[in-house]
Design a protein around this ligand. Structure first.
Ligand code: GLN
Length: 550
């Protein structure tokens, strides 16, 4: 029988509930347990696929093509596991299912109600993950007290009766703010949020206190007493130098020991965190700094590109460098001169995925500058598409080349809608989504990065490179280095006359892990590091070398 850990949050959103859930997942896995994780999101959208990244952050794509909450990315990275779309549940999904059942007549004439029908559906989603696993960690999105979260909290309250008190542990993450003028950490908000949770019938077993500094023993005692929680169940989760240090921090605080005892798992085996701790140590003690310009549309909300940021960091850990991101708004790159001024001194340029025409010319300018100045370039999905448009315009001389996403009437649609997308009307869940194989062309930069002939990566797009232009692109020096096995879809491009310039139609960021960087990020950051070393006179610059030998 699987054990359940339920995570709720109080006082404020963006507290790091997702990191707490992911860290507990790592600690359980490090004990040799099989772990799976799940996020319950109270919003009414069926999935975040249709939501503005500016509001909700990145859409994380699972291998089975689910468009899910970004916390699943944390879960996958911390636990090193591939989750499926059923690990991301929303009110929209629950209601769609309940209403479909009602229409089929499954409820046999009964009045369909939030309790029990909606709560039963929520519980069935949690229990569906409990096969073939030792621990299910379920995070409830939002904050205790939100109206839309109530059915989820009621469902997890009832779950105690379904699985038995001894098999479930409630962990509440609450903010303990530092109030400047009095120079103190304040426990009142956390106490209030525990009281709110208890008022709906959930008594937490543990309280994880998020603060900017460690909590004193006295404050922990106070929270324990007033929340009716065991003293060992009150732990300090203060700000850490790296999010990947949080499992180590919670371990030091004894949270995993407390939880395994509470749910009757073997508490005598200590988690094996040797490799993890070594990785964290490398992450917080880099030798050098590499600067990467990330040219996107949502640069004031880094969460919109969360997996890209994390993947850059993972590659940095491997190469002993801190990857500092310069957020460049594509709207600001109004012409080539501005692109030159903004980007020329960067060690690498990354254009991530995106939708819609805004900022597109700035991204094209960035791809062009990286090509001309021999700056390492990684183009992801839209970042590949703008590289192709740029190359068509300025190398092939097709001055009006474009993607038909941005200019439907362009005479040269070098990027066009995939054949199976023409008939698509609904926006939700209808892109080319999830994992597909890609055959890598031997002898290319891509082949050097991957070291494997066939790779599997996750996709999320509707447009693709137009095959009509393939031979012209190739003849002019843009190599098609990755293809779908039937050779009908261009999956990767690169430049022959460039130290490192690669674009992928898929999203390599989703499969990167802190202790196993994704190969394209690995190669890109290594090339950026070489440029940094060359600029510092510590290594011959491959770009300069190439220019000299040309
Ligand atoms: N908008 C482009 C497409 O749909 C790129 C998508 C993306 O970057 N994820 O093909």
């Amino acid at each position: 029988m699987a054990k359940h850990i339920l995570i709720t949050g109080g006082v404020s959103s963006s507290l790091g509930k997702g990191i707490t859930a992911a860290s507990l997942g790592r600690l359980m896995k490090a004990r040799g347990l099989r772990v799976t994780l799940q996020k319950l999101d109270p919003y009414v959208n069926v999935d975040p696929g249709t939501m503005n990244p500016f509001e909700h952050g990145e859409v994380f794509v699972t291998e089975d093509g689910g468009e899910t909450d970004l916390d699943l990315g944390h879960y996958e990275r911390f636990v090193d596991t591939n989750l499926r779309r059923d690990s991301s549940v929303s009110t929209g999904q629950i209601y769609s299912t309940v209403i479909a059942k009602e229409r089929r007549g499954d409820y046999l004439g009964r009045t369909v109600q939030v309790i029990p029908h909606v709560t039963d559906e929520i519980k069935s989603r949690i229990l569906a993950l409990a096969d073939d696993t030792d621990v299910v960690i379920t995070e409830v999105g939002g904050t205790v007290g939100d109206i839309e979260g109530l059915p989820f909290l009621e469902a997890i309250r009832q779950l105690r009766y379904d699985v038995g008190r001894e098999n479930i542990c409630y962990v509440h993450v609450a903010l303990v703010p530092f109030i400047g003028p009095t120079g103190e950490l304040k426990t009142k908000p956390a106490q209030h949020s525990v009281r709110e949770l208890r008022s709906i019938g959930i008594q937490p077993d543990a309280v994880v206190c998020r603060s900017d500094r460690p909590l004193s023993a006295e404050l922990k005692r106070k929270i324990a007493l007033l929340s009716d929680v065991d003293l060992e169940g009150v732990v300090s989760a203060h700000d850490a130098a790296s999010i990947y240090a949080v499992p180590l921090l919670l371990r030091e605080e004894g949270l995993d020991d407390f939880i395994v005892q509470r749910i009757g798992l073997d508490a005598t085996v200590a988690p094996d965190l040797v490799d993890w701790a070594a990785m964290v140590n490398r992450a917080i003690h880099p030798d050098d700094v590499v600067r990467i310009a990330l040219v996107g549309k949502y640069t004031s909300l880094p969460d919109a590109y969360l997996s890209v940021v994390e993947a850059l960091g993972h590659a940095g850990v491997k190469h002993g460098v801190d990857v500092e991101i310069d957020w460049v708004s594509s709207d600001d790159l109004v012409d080539q001169l501005t692109a030159e001024r903004t980007l020329a001194s960067e060690h690498g340029v990354l254009v991530p995925g995106g939708f819609g025409v805004r900022g597109i010319e700035g991204k094209i300018a960035a791809a062009r500058l990286a090509r001309q100045r021999h700056i390492p370039y990684l183009g992801i999905c839209l970042g590949l598409q703008v590289a192709v448009v740029e190359f068509a315009r300025h190398v092939l001389g097709l001055s009006e080349a474009n993607s038909s996403e941005f200019q439907p009437e362009t005479p040269d649609p070098v990027v066009h809608l995939m054949a199976d997308q023409h008939s698509v009307v609904d926006k939700g869940g209808t892109m080319r989504l999830g994992t597909y194989p890609c055959r890598i062309v031997p002898g290319t930069t891509a082949a050097a990065a991957y070291g494997e002939p066939v790779v599997y990566e996750r996709h999320r797009h509707r447009w693709e490179v137009n095959n009509r232009y393939r031979s012209r692109l190739e003849a002019a020096g843009m190599r098609i280095c990755g293809l779908s096995p039937d050779e009908r879809l261009v999956e990767m491009i690169e430049l022959t006359d460039h130290p490192w310039y690669v674009g992928s139609q898929f999203h390599p960021e989703f499969q990167s892990r802190p202790n196993r960087p994704q190969p394209l990020f690995d190669g890109f950051v290594a090339a950026a590091r070489d440029r940094m070393l060359a600029q510092a006179g510590r290594l011959p610059d491959p770009a300069t070398m190439q220019e000299l030998s040309a």
